[in-house]
Design a protein around this ligand. Structure first.
Ligand code: PEP
Ligand code: MN
Length: 255
């Protein structure tokens, strides 16, 4: 089995203490990237992340030998994260930046890619848009490629689509594996699976994880918090680090 890409960590960076704990736990597990999310678009206004105040946390994580990952909403965010991280990134390290599901301005997507393309240590991940539409999803990939990012530095993320039909289990978003396979075949970009934003609750994150076993996914992004009950965002879907270990076995039996 080829090596899977593992991205894990809290929904949002909240404090130095929380990130220190996450660095320790992520380090023990040798994750490829840790979520250190500073800018959080929210369904309704609320805690929208530490923003620029959190940039030193990115550097701290990188210096600890863990590759940081975060969402960027604007090209300026990408530039700020790169400025904070790249000078202190150990040899062989990488910075993961991603474009979230809500960020569907193609001009902004292309400009973010243009900023990322300036340094080969930056990996850009695009998440599918919230509504099911194959052409739109492929279009996101095409727009960021048009911005100059190399295919080798690009990841695609399936975070599910808003439910349009029966949804007896109450998933927040539902996967479409057939579409995912077609987009992967057409674009040639590896697919990262996001059970957290599909599940919405911990039992559903596990159910969504189970559905992915044996599917053509190349990695996962999972929200993990040391104290989910007191998380500032997405508290119902963040798993503990122990649950994360169980979830990985569910998704990748025999990994
Ligand atoms: C996230 O990954 O933090 C996130 C908000 O997910 P999405 O953009 O898929 O909703
Ligand atoms: Mn979240």
């Amino acid at each position: 089995m080829s090596k899977k890409i593992i991205i894990a960590g809290p929904c949002a960076a909240e404090s130095e203490e929380q990130i220190e704990i996450a660095v320790r736990e992520a380090g023990k597990r040798g994750v490829d990237f840790m979520r250190v999310n500073l800018w959080k678009p929210r369904t309704r206004p609320g805690f929208e992340g530490l923003g620029e105040d959190g940039l030193p946390l990115l550097a701290k994580v990188a210096k600890a030998g863990i590759n940081p990952g975060l969402e960027v909403i604007m090209p300026e965010h990408a530039a700020m994260a790169m400025k904070a991280v790249l000078p202190v990134l150990p040899d062989g390290g990488q910075l993961l930046l991603w474009i979230g599901a809500r960020n569907q301005n193609h001009v902004v997507q292309r400009e973010i890619a243009r900023v990322c393309a300036a340094d080969p240590r930056v990996v850009l991940m695009v998440k599918n848009q919230p509504w099911p539409n194959e052409a739109h999803w492929e279009g996101i990939v095409e727009h960021v490629l048009a911005g100059g990012i190399s295919k080798d530095n690009l990841l695609n993320c399936h975070r599910g689509f808003a439910p349009t039909g029966d949804n007896p289990q109450g998933f927040r978003n539902v996967p479409d594996f057939a579409m995912m396979d077609r987009v992967k075949a057409k674009t040639g970009i590896p697919v990262i699976y996001d059970p957290s934003h599909m599940g919405g609750t911990v039992p559903n994150v596990f159910a969504i994880g189970k559905m992915a076993a044996g599917q053509g996914i190349d990695g996962v992004i999972v929200e993990v918090h040391h104290d989910p009950a007191n998380a500032k965002t997405d508290k119902t879907q963040q798993v503990t680090w122990t649950e994360f270990d169980e979830l990985l076995v569910t998704i990748f039996p025999g990994r």
